[in-house]
Design a protein around this ligand. Structure first.
Ligand code: UD1
Length: 387
């Protein structure tokens, strides 16, 4: 039995790169409530220094209270290992709440382990739907939402998705976007990054013209023919505008496997400080830290990506974004933002990129509650319900 007046222990789970910027504002806000005891648990789904440690440093996340160290594996291996290790920690500490963010394997694994122990789950970024069940993230989202007690949404279409799936309204809270909390908080600091200079992309008059690419979905990189087709479109684009490509470890592995290192100008590391103007028009570099990437995004003429979060970040930054997927779980970034869903057909990618580069930028719009206050709203709901 817990003592009356004891602090409410909240496990906040992170595992993969896109979780860290969502958890950082949450843990800071939870710490401001003296009756909460927030404990950060890292599953270890991502473990490379540039996929994990650098984010802890730059986002000023506290060291994890517990690191489960599960690493990579097939979906069942990874999800199963996280569940087994996380359940042990739940047995030992018996938290009052488990908070999970996003849609990665760590999200569903910890939510499922917790709910079976009758520990309530809060899901931050609930209700997003691509309606594409071949995406592992869509399965993670659907299942996590079904078993969560508190569903915190970033937009009103997510509320509608949840209601359609039979989730009672009393569990749904439209609070805004915690990822944008982090972006707002770090914009000024990111402005000090020298990444443009290091890549030879900065122009003296501030007119830096380049496109930024990220690509890591299995559906885009695992099939060699498809992956090569996308890279051909990017190489063609790079004849019009330089392209910088910070590549995910899985994408780098595929580049090496297919012998494409030269074709994409794969660099082992970011060029050294103060490098002279780069003459390459396509540069591929290892994953970048949060601040360097934010700097690159905010000065780009165009972003091409298959990531989820980048669609939201470019919307707030007002940078045109081409999503190289057949669908998006974030339609608000099309309706109220800068996003164009173009699929992975090389011809269409190139044509749309050139058209968008020629067009005038649409006026900046900001989805409701993407205002840097989402974590505060979430914690005030939790205070009202848990204390
Ligand atoms: C995961 C998420 C995806 C998210 C992405 C962001 C799931 C199902 N997918 O995909 O939604 O967009 O993170 O990056 O949870 N690897 C390393 N070092 C690392 C981590 C991964 O080398 O630190 C390599 C390993 O070879 C691993 C592969 O990347 O097998 C895939 O990693 P994994 O965590 O399984 O999925 P992601 O593709 O990163």
């Amino acid at each position: 039995m817990r003592k009356a007046g004891a602090k409410k222990a909240i496990f906040l789970v992170v595992g993969a790169r896109p979780n860290f910027m969502k958890a950082a504002p949450l843990i800071r806000e939870m710490k401001r409530e003296p009756r909460f005891l927030p404990l950060l648990i890292h599953t270890g789904q991502h473990y490379d220094p540039m996929m994990s440690d650098s984010f802890f440093r730059e986002l000023r996340l506290p060291r994890p209270w517990m690191d489960l160290g599960v690493g990579s594996g097939t979906h069942a291996e990874q999800t199963g290992r996280i569940m087994i290790e996380f359940e042990k920690v739940c047995f030992a500490k018996r938290p009052d709440l488990v908070a999970v963010v996003g849609d990665v394997n760590s999200t569903i694994a910890c939510a499922l382990a917790a709910v079976k122990l009758n520990i309530p789950v809060a899901h931050v970024e609930a209700g997003l739907r691509s309606r594409d069940r071949t995406m592992p993230e869509e399965i993670n989202r659907l299942l996590t939402d079904q078993i969560s007690s508190y569903l915190f949404t970033t937009c009103e279409d997510a509320d509608q998705n949840l209601i359609r799936e039979g989730i009672p309204k009393s569990r749904i809270f439209f609070v805004g976007n915690v990822m944008i909390d982090s972006l707002q908080e770090h914009r000024i600091l990111a402005g000090k990054s020298k990444v443009l200079e290091r890549l030879g992309l900065a122009h003296q008059n501030g007119d830096d013209r380049y496109a930024l690419l990220t690509l890591h979905r299995p559906s885009n990189v695992d099939d060699p023919a498809l992956f090569k087709g996308i890279l051909k479109a990017i190489t063609d684009l790079s004849e019009t505008i330089p392209v910088v490509f910070p590549a995910h470890p899985r994408t780098i592995r595929q580049i090496r496997r297919l012998g494409l290192e030269k074709a994409v100008h794969l660099m082992k590391a970011l060029p050294a400080r103060g490098r002279a103007r780069n003459r390459r028009t396509l540069i591929t570099v290892p994953p970048l830290g949060y601040l360097d990437f934010l700097r690159l995004m905010s000065r780009a003429s165009l972003v091409l990506t298959d990531s989820g979060g980048i669609q939201e970040e470019t919307t707030i930054l007002g940078i045109p974004c081409l999503t190289l997927r057949g669908n998006t779980e974030r339609p608000i970034t099309i309706k109220e933002g800068t996003n164009h869903v173009v699929g992975n057909d090389p011809g269409r990618i190139l044509r749309t990129a050139l058209r968008v580069l020629r067009s005038r930028r649409p006026p900046l719009k900001k989805p409701r509650y993407w205002d840097g206050q989402a974590a505060r709203r979430i914690v005030s709901v939790l205070k009202a319900r848990l204390l």
